[in-house]
Ligand binder design. Structure first.
Ligand code: ZN
Ligand code: ZN
Length: 416
Protein backbone atom coordinates (compact mmCIF):
# COMPACT_ATOMS: atom_id res chain seq x y z
CA UNK A 1 0.00 0.00 0.00
CA UNK A 2 1.48 3.26 -1.05
CA UNK A 3 1.10 6.73 0.30
CA UNK A 4 -1.58 9.19 -0.73
CA UNK A 5 -0.98 11.87 -3.35
CA UNK A 6 -2.29 15.43 -3.25
CA UNK A 7 -2.00 17.54 -6.40
CA UNK A 8 -2.86 21.20 -6.05
CA UNK A 9 -3.52 22.57 -9.52
CA UNK A 10 -3.63 26.33 -9.89
CA UNK A 11 -5.15 26.90 -13.32
CA UNK A 12 -2.87 29.05 -15.45
CA UNK A 13 -0.37 29.40 -12.57
CA UNK A 14 2.68 30.21 -14.68
CA UNK A 15 3.23 33.80 -15.69
CA UNK A 16 5.81 36.27 -16.89
CA UNK A 17 7.44 39.17 -15.04
CA UNK A 18 4.88 41.90 -14.54
CA UNK A 19 5.44 45.64 -14.61
CA UNK A 20 2.70 46.08 -12.07
CA UNK A 21 4.60 43.80 -9.68
CA UNK A 22 8.02 45.42 -10.19
CA UNK A 23 9.24 42.80 -12.58
CA UNK A 24 8.13 39.85 -10.52
CA UNK A 25 5.60 37.23 -11.55
CA UNK A 26 2.44 36.92 -9.44
CA UNK A 27 3.72 33.65 -7.95
CA UNK A 28 7.05 35.25 -7.15
CA UNK A 29 5.48 38.34 -5.61
CA UNK A 30 2.96 36.41 -3.52
CA UNK A 31 3.57 36.01 0.18
CA UNK A 32 2.91 32.28 0.54
CA UNK A 33 4.58 30.85 3.65
CA UNK A 34 2.94 27.43 3.35
CA UNK A 35 4.00 26.72 -0.21
CA UNK A 36 7.43 28.21 0.40
CA UNK A 37 7.83 25.98 3.44
CA UNK A 38 7.22 23.01 1.16
CA UNK A 39 9.76 24.51 -1.24
CA UNK A 40 12.34 24.71 1.54
CA UNK A 41 12.28 20.92 1.74
CA UNK A 42 11.00 20.01 -1.69
CA UNK A 43 12.10 19.75 -5.28
CA UNK A 44 11.27 22.14 -8.08
CA UNK A 45 11.26 21.91 -11.82
CA UNK A 46 9.44 23.07 -14.89
CA UNK A 47 6.86 21.16 -16.82
CA UNK A 48 5.67 21.45 -20.40
CA UNK A 49 2.05 20.45 -19.89
CA UNK A 50 1.83 18.90 -23.37
CA UNK A 51 5.16 19.45 -25.12
CA UNK A 52 7.64 22.32 -25.44
CA UNK A 53 6.15 25.09 -27.54
CA UNK A 54 2.60 23.73 -27.50
CA UNK A 55 0.01 26.13 -26.08
CA UNK A 56 -2.30 24.00 -23.95
CA UNK A 57 -6.00 24.32 -23.40
CA UNK A 58 -7.22 23.40 -19.94
CA UNK A 59 -8.82 20.23 -21.30
CA UNK A 60 -5.81 18.90 -23.23
CA UNK A 61 -3.47 19.85 -20.37
CA UNK A 62 -5.53 17.96 -17.80
CA UNK A 63 -5.59 14.87 -20.01
CA UNK A 64 -1.78 15.01 -20.01
CA UNK A 65 -1.48 15.63 -16.27
CA UNK A 66 -3.38 12.43 -15.66
CA UNK A 67 -1.19 10.33 -17.90
CA UNK A 68 -2.82 10.49 -21.35
CA UNK A 69 -1.43 11.73 -24.65
CA UNK A 70 -3.82 14.46 -25.81
CA UNK A 71 -2.47 14.23 -29.37
CA UNK A 72 -3.80 10.68 -29.48
CA UNK A 73 -7.02 10.92 -27.51
CA UNK A 74 -8.34 14.47 -27.80
CA UNK A 75 -11.57 14.31 -29.79
CA UNK A 76 -11.66 18.00 -30.70
CA UNK A 77 -13.42 20.91 -29.14
CA UNK A 78 -17.00 19.74 -29.70
CA UNK A 79 -17.06 17.09 -26.97
CA UNK A 80 -15.01 19.13 -24.55
CA UNK A 81 -17.11 22.27 -25.04
CA UNK A 82 -20.17 20.15 -24.35
CA UNK A 83 -18.48 18.89 -21.20
CA UNK A 84 -17.66 22.48 -20.30
CA UNK A 85 -21.35 23.31 -20.69
CA UNK A 86 -22.26 20.57 -18.26
CA UNK A 87 -22.82 17.52 -20.49
CA UNK A 88 -21.81 14.11 -19.23
CA UNK A 89 -20.54 12.27 -22.29
CA UNK A 90 -20.20 8.56 -22.94
CA UNK A 91 -17.85 6.93 -25.43
CA UNK A 92 -19.53 7.02 -28.86
CA UNK A 93 -21.47 10.24 -28.26
CA UNK A 94 -21.21 12.86 -30.98
CA UNK A 95 -20.93 16.45 -29.79
CA UNK A 96 -21.23 19.56 -31.91
CA UNK A 97 -20.59 23.19 -31.18
CA UNK A 98 -23.40 25.50 -32.11
CA UNK A 99 -24.30 29.16 -32.47
CA UNK A 100 -27.73 30.63 -32.13
CA UNK A 101 -28.09 32.54 -35.41
CA UNK A 102 -30.66 34.43 -37.47
CA UNK A 103 -31.96 33.26 -40.84
CA UNK A 104 -34.63 34.71 -43.11
CA UNK A 105 -37.58 32.72 -44.46
CA UNK A 106 -35.34 31.19 -47.16
CA UNK A 107 -32.89 29.96 -44.50
CA UNK A 108 -30.31 32.50 -45.60
CA UNK A 109 -28.06 33.44 -42.69
CA UNK A 110 -28.43 37.10 -41.76
CA UNK A 111 -26.48 37.06 -38.52
CA UNK A 112 -24.22 34.12 -37.56
CA UNK A 113 -24.40 35.03 -33.88
CA UNK A 114 -27.92 36.39 -33.50
CA UNK A 115 -26.51 39.81 -32.65
CA UNK A 116 -24.43 38.20 -29.87
CA UNK A 117 -27.43 38.94 -27.69
CA UNK A 118 -28.18 36.41 -24.97
CA UNK A 119 -31.73 37.65 -24.53
CA UNK A 120 -34.03 34.65 -23.96
CA UNK A 121 -31.44 32.04 -24.95
CA UNK A 122 -31.68 30.16 -21.64
CA UNK A 123 -35.37 29.77 -22.25
CA UNK A 124 -34.87 28.67 -25.86
CA UNK A 125 -32.44 25.96 -24.75
CA UNK A 126 -34.96 24.72 -22.17
CA UNK A 127 -37.67 24.78 -24.82
CA UNK A 128 -35.52 22.84 -27.31
CA UNK A 129 -34.54 20.31 -24.64
CA UNK A 130 -38.18 19.66 -23.90
CA UNK A 131 -39.42 19.51 -27.47
CA UNK A 132 -36.64 17.80 -29.39
CA UNK A 133 -35.44 14.74 -27.53
CA UNK A 134 -34.76 12.42 -30.45
CA UNK A 135 -34.46 12.26 -34.22
CA UNK A 136 -34.74 8.88 -35.97
CA UNK A 137 -34.02 7.01 -32.77
CA UNK A 138 -30.97 9.15 -31.91
CA UNK A 139 -31.15 10.94 -28.55
CA UNK A 140 -30.58 14.70 -28.78
CA UNK A 141 -29.49 16.98 -25.93
CA UNK A 142 -28.88 20.69 -25.80
CA UNK A 143 -26.57 22.52 -23.42
CA UNK A 144 -26.29 26.25 -23.04
CA UNK A 145 -22.70 27.44 -23.35
CA UNK A 146 -21.40 31.00 -23.06
CA UNK A 147 -22.85 33.98 -24.97
CA UNK A 148 -24.69 32.88 -28.14
CA UNK A 149 -23.21 29.38 -28.02
CA UNK A 150 -24.77 26.00 -27.41
CA UNK A 151 -23.51 22.45 -27.40
CA UNK A 152 -25.52 19.64 -28.95
CA UNK A 153 -24.97 15.99 -28.10
CA UNK A 154 -26.22 13.07 -30.18
CA UNK A 155 -26.35 9.67 -28.53
CA UNK A 156 -27.13 6.43 -30.30
CA UNK A 157 -25.63 3.45 -32.02
CA UNK A 158 -23.62 3.73 -35.21
CA UNK A 159 -22.94 7.47 -35.29
CA UNK A 160 -19.92 9.12 -36.86
CA UNK A 161 -18.17 12.45 -36.46
CA UNK A 162 -17.13 12.43 -40.12
CA UNK A 163 -19.80 14.92 -41.15
CA UNK A 164 -19.62 18.49 -42.40
CA UNK A 165 -20.94 21.60 -40.66
CA UNK A 166 -24.34 23.21 -41.12
CA UNK A 167 -22.63 26.53 -40.39
CA UNK A 168 -21.84 28.13 -43.77
CA UNK A 169 -19.24 30.27 -41.90
CA UNK A 170 -20.35 33.37 -43.83
CA UNK A 171 -23.46 35.50 -43.83
CA UNK A 172 -25.68 35.87 -46.90
CA UNK A 173 -25.67 32.13 -47.65
CA UNK A 174 -28.24 29.43 -46.89
CA UNK A 175 -27.51 27.20 -43.94
CA UNK A 176 -25.39 24.34 -45.21
CA UNK A 177 -26.54 20.76 -45.61
CA UNK A 178 -24.40 18.47 -43.49
CA UNK A 179 -22.69 15.87 -45.70
CA UNK A 180 -20.98 12.59 -44.88
CA UNK A 181 -17.20 13.01 -45.17
CA UNK A 182 -16.57 9.36 -45.98
CA UNK A 183 -18.71 6.60 -47.49
CA UNK A 184 -19.66 4.89 -44.27
CA UNK A 185 -23.27 4.19 -43.41
CA UNK A 186 -22.60 5.83 -40.00
CA UNK A 187 -21.54 9.13 -41.54
CA UNK A 188 -24.48 9.12 -43.94
CA UNK A 189 -26.94 8.48 -41.12
CA UNK A 190 -25.39 11.08 -38.80
CA UNK A 191 -25.51 13.76 -41.51
CA UNK A 192 -29.16 12.91 -42.10
CA UNK A 193 -29.97 13.24 -38.40
CA UNK A 194 -28.14 16.58 -38.24
CA UNK A 195 -30.05 17.93 -41.26
CA UNK A 196 -33.41 16.88 -39.85
CA UNK A 197 -32.42 18.38 -36.52
CA UNK A 198 -31.39 21.64 -38.15
CA UNK A 199 -34.80 22.04 -39.84
CA UNK A 200 -36.71 20.93 -36.75
CA UNK A 201 -34.90 23.52 -34.62
CA UNK A 202 -35.80 26.26 -37.09
CA UNK A 203 -39.43 25.13 -37.28
CA UNK A 204 -40.03 25.28 -33.57
CA UNK A 205 -37.99 28.44 -32.93
CA UNK A 206 -39.18 30.67 -35.75
CA UNK A 207 -42.50 31.61 -34.13
CA UNK A 208 -41.38 31.27 -30.52
CA UNK A 209 -42.48 34.07 -28.25
CA UNK A 210 -38.90 34.86 -27.29
CA UNK A 211 -38.17 35.60 -30.92
CA UNK A 212 -41.18 37.92 -31.19
CA UNK A 213 -39.85 39.72 -28.12
CA UNK A 214 -36.36 39.87 -29.58
CA UNK A 215 -37.64 41.42 -32.80
CA UNK A 216 -39.72 43.94 -30.84
CA UNK A 217 -36.58 44.95 -29.01
CA UNK A 218 -34.74 45.42 -32.29
CA UNK A 219 -32.65 42.25 -31.80
CA UNK A 220 -32.11 39.65 -34.52
CA UNK A 221 -34.20 36.53 -33.88
CA UNK A 222 -32.41 33.40 -32.62
CA UNK A 223 -34.25 31.11 -35.01
CA UNK A 224 -31.68 28.51 -35.94
CA UNK A 225 -28.58 26.81 -34.56
CA UNK A 226 -25.54 26.62 -36.84
CA UNK A 227 -23.62 23.45 -36.01
CA UNK A 228 -19.94 22.75 -36.51
CA UNK A 229 -16.94 20.73 -35.32
CA UNK A 230 -18.58 17.34 -34.78
CA UNK A 231 -16.43 15.19 -32.53
CA UNK A 232 -16.84 11.70 -31.18
CA UNK A 233 -16.18 11.00 -27.55
CA UNK A 234 -13.50 8.30 -27.34
CA UNK A 235 -13.02 5.81 -24.56
CA UNK A 236 -10.36 7.42 -22.37
CA UNK A 237 -8.26 5.39 -19.95
CA UNK A 238 -9.46 5.80 -16.41
CA UNK A 239 -6.89 6.82 -13.84
CA UNK A 240 -6.87 3.24 -12.48
CA UNK A 241 -6.19 1.87 -15.95
CA UNK A 242 -2.84 3.65 -16.41
CA UNK A 243 0.00 1.22 -17.03
CA UNK A 244 1.88 0.07 -13.90
CA UNK A 245 0.26 2.67 -11.64
CA UNK A 246 -1.80 1.68 -8.63
CA UNK A 247 -4.32 4.42 -8.08
CA UNK A 248 -7.69 2.95 -7.38
CA UNK A 249 -9.67 5.81 -5.91
CA UNK A 250 -9.21 9.40 -7.04
CA UNK A 251 -11.16 12.53 -6.21
CA UNK A 252 -11.17 15.92 -7.92
CA UNK A 253 -12.33 19.09 -6.19
CA UNK A 254 -13.33 21.74 -8.69
CA UNK A 255 -16.13 24.14 -9.52
CA UNK A 256 -15.19 24.54 -13.18
CA UNK A 257 -17.49 22.65 -15.56
CA UNK A 258 -14.72 21.72 -18.00
CA UNK A 259 -12.40 20.37 -15.31
CA UNK A 260 -15.24 18.57 -13.56
CA UNK A 261 -16.15 16.97 -16.86
CA UNK A 262 -12.62 15.90 -17.79
CA UNK A 263 -11.80 14.45 -14.38
CA UNK A 264 -15.12 12.65 -14.25
CA UNK A 265 -14.42 10.97 -17.58
CA UNK A 266 -11.03 9.90 -16.22
CA UNK A 267 -12.75 8.16 -13.33
CA UNK A 268 -12.35 10.72 -10.55
CA UNK A 269 -15.08 11.24 -8.04
CA UNK A 270 -15.90 14.91 -8.56
CA UNK A 271 -16.67 17.15 -5.60
CA UNK A 272 -18.03 20.65 -6.01
CA UNK A 273 -17.89 22.08 -2.48
CA UNK A 274 -20.36 24.62 -1.20
CA UNK A 275 -19.34 28.16 -1.94
CA UNK A 276 -16.92 27.12 -4.69
CA UNK A 277 -17.57 29.26 -7.77
CA UNK A 278 -14.77 28.54 -10.20
CA UNK A 279 -13.70 32.17 -9.94
CA UNK A 280 -11.73 34.60 -7.80
CA UNK A 281 -14.54 34.90 -5.28
CA UNK A 282 -14.54 31.18 -4.57
CA UNK A 283 -14.63 29.86 -1.03
CA UNK A 284 -11.07 28.56 -0.85
CA UNK A 285 -11.46 27.25 2.69
CA UNK A 286 -14.38 25.11 1.65
CA UNK A 287 -12.37 23.59 -1.18
CA UNK A 288 -9.43 22.83 1.08
CA UNK A 289 -11.83 21.22 3.56
CA UNK A 290 -13.16 19.00 0.79
CA UNK A 291 -9.60 17.94 -0.11
CA UNK A 292 -8.94 17.11 3.49
CA UNK A 293 -12.13 15.04 3.72
CA UNK A 294 -11.07 13.03 0.70
CA UNK A 295 -7.62 12.42 2.21
CA UNK A 296 -9.28 11.38 5.45
CA UNK A 297 -11.49 8.99 3.53
CA UNK A 298 -8.41 7.31 2.12
CA UNK A 299 -8.51 8.37 -1.53
CA UNK A 300 -5.25 7.45 -3.25
CA UNK A 301 -5.12 10.63 -5.31
CA UNK A 302 -6.78 13.95 -4.50
CA UNK A 303 -6.75 16.71 -7.09
CA UNK A 304 -7.54 20.18 -5.76
CA UNK A 305 -8.19 22.64 -8.57
CA UNK A 306 -8.26 26.44 -8.25
CA UNK A 307 -9.47 28.42 -11.25
CA UNK A 308 -9.01 31.97 -9.93
CA UNK A 309 -5.37 32.22 -11.08
CA UNK A 310 -6.41 31.68 -14.71
CA UNK A 311 -9.39 34.04 -14.49
CA UNK A 312 -7.24 36.86 -13.09
CA UNK A 313 -4.69 36.30 -15.87
CA UNK A 314 -7.29 36.43 -18.64
CA UNK A 315 -8.51 39.70 -17.11
CA UNK A 316 -4.89 40.96 -17.14
CA UNK A 317 -4.87 41.42 -13.39
CA UNK A 318 -1.50 40.18 -12.04
CA UNK A 319 -2.15 41.74 -8.63
CA UNK A 320 -5.41 39.84 -8.21
CA UNK A 321 -3.65 36.67 -9.28
CA UNK A 322 -1.00 37.25 -6.62
CA UNK A 323 -3.64 37.91 -3.96
CA UNK A 324 -5.59 34.82 -4.93
CA UNK A 325 -2.45 32.68 -4.52
CA UNK A 326 -1.98 34.26 -1.08
CA UNK A 327 -5.53 33.36 -0.03
CA UNK A 328 -5.13 29.79 -1.20
CA UNK A 329 -1.78 29.50 0.57
CA UNK A 330 -3.33 30.58 3.83
CA UNK A 331 -6.22 28.17 3.43
CA UNK A 332 -3.78 25.33 2.74
CA UNK A 333 -1.63 25.85 5.82
CA UNK A 334 -3.29 23.51 8.30
CA UNK A 335 -3.84 20.76 5.77
CA UNK A 336 -0.18 20.85 4.75
CA UNK A 337 1.09 20.89 8.33
CA UNK A 338 -1.03 17.94 9.20
CA UNK A 339 -0.45 15.75 6.16
CA UNK A 340 2.93 16.74 4.70
CA UNK A 341 4.99 14.01 6.31
CA UNK A 342 2.71 11.20 5.27
CA UNK A 343 1.74 12.03 1.71
CA UNK A 344 3.24 13.14 -1.59
CA UNK A 345 2.33 16.69 -2.60
CA UNK A 346 2.62 18.45 -5.94
CA UNK A 347 1.91 22.14 -6.44
CA UNK A 348 1.61 23.09 -10.07
CA UNK A 349 -0.84 24.08 -12.80
CA UNK A 350 -2.19 23.08 -16.18
CA UNK A 351 -0.48 25.81 -18.23
CA UNK A 352 0.91 29.31 -18.13
CA UNK A 353 -1.53 32.17 -18.58
CA UNK A 354 0.23 35.46 -19.09
CA UNK A 355 -1.47 38.26 -17.21
CA UNK A 356 0.18 40.76 -19.55
CA UNK A 357 -1.19 39.09 -22.71
CA UNK A 358 -4.40 37.83 -21.13
CA UNK A 359 -3.99 34.42 -22.74
CA UNK A 360 -2.40 31.00 -22.43
CA UNK A 361 1.20 30.62 -23.59
CA UNK A 362 3.47 27.66 -24.16
CA UNK A 363 5.84 28.71 -21.35
CA UNK A 364 6.53 25.75 -19.07
CA UNK A 365 4.71 25.63 -15.76
CA UNK A 366 6.50 25.70 -12.40
CA UNK A 367 6.28 22.48 -10.42
CA UNK A 368 7.00 21.79 -6.77
CA UNK A 369 7.06 18.29 -5.35
CA UNK A 370 7.22 17.56 -1.68
CA UNK A 371 7.62 14.19 -0.12
CA UNK A 372 9.68 13.40 2.91
CA UNK A 373 12.13 11.37 0.87
CA UNK A 374 12.26 13.39 -2.33
CA UNK A 375 15.76 14.37 -3.49
CA UNK A 376 15.27 18.01 -2.62
CA UNK A 377 16.86 21.20 -3.82
CA UNK A 378 15.61 23.27 -0.90
CA UNK A 379 15.34 26.41 -3.00
CA UNK A 380 13.04 27.80 -0.36
CA UNK A 381 10.77 29.89 -2.56
CA UNK A 382 8.50 28.57 -5.24
CA UNK A 383 8.40 30.58 -8.46
CA UNK A 384 8.87 30.35 -12.20
CA UNK A 385 12.44 31.56 -11.71
CA UNK A 386 13.51 29.11 -9.01
CA UNK A 387 11.67 26.27 -10.76
CA UNK A 388 14.03 26.81 -13.70
CA UNK A 389 17.02 25.82 -11.59
CA UNK A 390 15.32 23.07 -9.57
CA UNK A 391 16.53 19.47 -9.48
CA UNK A 392 13.58 18.05 -11.33
CA UNK A 393 14.70 19.79 -14.47
CA UNK A 394 12.20 19.84 -17.29
CA UNK A 395 9.48 17.25 -17.68
CA UNK A 396 6.25 16.83 -19.62
CA UNK A 397 2.81 16.91 -18.08
CA UNK A 398 2.25 13.23 -18.76
CA UNK A 399 5.37 12.37 -16.70
CA UNK A 400 3.94 13.90 -13.54
CA UNK A 401 1.60 11.13 -12.46
CA UNK A 402 4.44 8.61 -12.96
CA UNK A 403 6.88 10.61 -10.83
CA UNK A 404 4.31 11.09 -8.08
CA UNK A 405 3.13 7.49 -8.07
CA UNK A 406 6.72 6.28 -7.79
CA UNK A 407 7.41 8.59 -4.83
CA UNK A 408 4.19 7.36 -3.27
CA UNK A 409 5.15 3.70 -3.71
CA UNK A 410 2.31 3.10 -6.10
CA UNK A 411 4.10 1.91 -9.17
CA UNK A 412 5.26 -1.44 -10.49
CA UNK A 413 8.66 -1.82 -12.07
CA UNK A 414 8.81 -1.78 -15.87
CA UNK A 415 10.63 -4.95 -16.87
CA UNK A 416 12.38 -7.64 -14.86
ZN1 ZN B 1 -6.45 25.92 -17.52
ZN1 ZN C 1 -7.55 29.97 -19.38
Amino acid sequence: MGRQILVVGFDGIGDRPSKELNGMTPLEAASKPTIDWLASRGAQGIMDPIAPGVIPGSDTAHLALFGLDPFKVYPGRGPFEAIGAGAVLEPGDIALRGNFASVDSNLVVIDRRAGRSEYGLDELVRFLSKNITEIDGVEVRFYRATEHRVAIVLRGRGLSDKVSDTDPHVEGQRISISKPLNDSEEARRTAEVINKLSIEIHNILKDHEINRERVEKGLPPANVILMRGAGKMPHLKKIWELDRIEIKKAAAISATALIKGVTKILGFEVIHPQGATGGLNTNVASKVRAARDMLDKGYDLVYLHFKGTDSASHDRKPREKKEFIERCDEALSRLILEFADNIVIAITGDHTTSSELGQHTSDPVPLLIYSKDVFYDALGRFSERSARVGVIGRIRGSDLIYILSDLAGRQEKFGA
